[in-house]
Design a protein around this ligand. Structure first.
Ligand SMILES: [Zn+2]
Length: 100
């Protein structure tokens, strides 16, 4: 699935397959967090739209001001060594999944 085709109806599983993370922004307290699609406590078939209505900011508790946007893993501005290791782990894990 090309990244440009992401819509509010795109599911967590589709994001994972496209190797996209979700970036959650809270306008209330200006907090940003990168979320791995399958680390969310929701079914893989949950859409971005549905997830947004469920997500709550961990810092200020706001629900109304949270925005979710897909983020390309390779261009993550918060990229760190630890994050690279985590990405490798997930890449291998999803490779394993495809082989099954
Ligand atoms: Zn907040």
């Amino acid at each position: 699935m090309p990244a440009g085709r992401i819509t509010p109806a795109t599911t967590l599983q589709e994001l994972e397959t496209a190797e996209l993370d979700l970036r959650a922004w809270c306008y209330a307290c200006m907090r940003a967090e990168t979320i791995e699609p399958l680390s969310v406590r929701a079914a893989p078939s949950t859409t971005i739209e549905r997830l947004r209505s469920r997500l709550k900011c961990k810092q200020c508790g706001s629900k109304a001001d949270v925005l979710i946007v897909p983020a390309k893993r390779a261009f993550d501005p918060n990229f760190t060594g630890a994050r690279a290791v985590a990405m490798m782990f997930h890449a291998f894990r999803s490779m394993g999944k495809r082989r099954r």
